[in-house]
Design a protein around this ligand. Sequence first.
Ligand code: FAD
Ligand code: FES
Length: 259
Amino acid sequence: MKQEMMLIESQIELAPRIFELTLKGELVEQMETSGQFVHIRVPRSDLLLRRPISLAEVNHEESTCKVIYRVDGCGTRAISELVKGQEIDVLGPLGNGFTTDFVKEDDVIFVVGGGIGVPPLYELGKRLKDKKAKLVFLQGFGTKDAIFYEKEFSELGMLMIATDDGSYGYKGHTGHLIEKALKIYPNPTGVFACGPTGLLRAVEGAFSDHPHVYLSMEERMACGVGACYACVCQSKEDPTVNKKVCDEGPVFKSGEVII
Ligand code: FAD
Ligand code: FES
């Protein structure tokens, strides 16, 4: 982990309120696992808490990484106003990412994402593709306008998209896509997911006895490094035991924590 003023190489609005930020710096050397995140300092002196944002892509040759984020509140709005050539204070990489050791060539892997939970699944997908796995991306969005990286994901594997309002792809949510994908591939070797709580519960429910299901959790964070207990969730085995999403997660094995 390192704190660095990273150079902004580009800032692009991919879809309404969805931005792709490319950063350059030495910190990239330490970005080893997909599913990790960075803690970004908001460029406003009155906003003290950093914002946790997942790594969407890492390029070690060029010392760059990309994050994709949605402008929700004042912190992400301030970040979205930065432009190429400016610098931003980044702490990272943080957290434990996705476990992919078990994946072998030709294994069928489901990668399930919802809305702004989709970004970390791109770097994950690239790494699984390097392992020659057969990838099935199942993605849910509110509406057509919120979709991003459709071409990028399609280049890595099969992509099925659902929208809540039916404006693109299947009408419905990712639970429906899982049912459809299971008809084509009834026994995926692994399942990875990132998105809202309802999506994570649907994945956990659909693959309850599966040995390789990994879920990326989101909790409000303060320190981001395991020191303040702002981000705890409960262990499923013993609900009196707390797990810190920032440093024991954000990725947990299904059944490890209460979602
Ligand atoms: P404000 O409402 O002004 O934020 C106020 C406070 O609440 C801040 O401290 C903020 O960090 C916190 N907060 C608000 N919403 C969330 C949230 N959903 N999760 C955690 N903290 C929150 N969003 C993306 O768009 N892209 C990503 O790749 C992404 N990755 C994430 C990875 C992790 C591990 C976590 C925990 C969250 C991630 N988020 C991501 C959510 C993102 O951190 C929040 O949307 C963002 O912090 C909101 O800040 P704001 O200034 O827009 O909102
Ligand atoms: Fe401080 Fe997780 S955010 S312990």
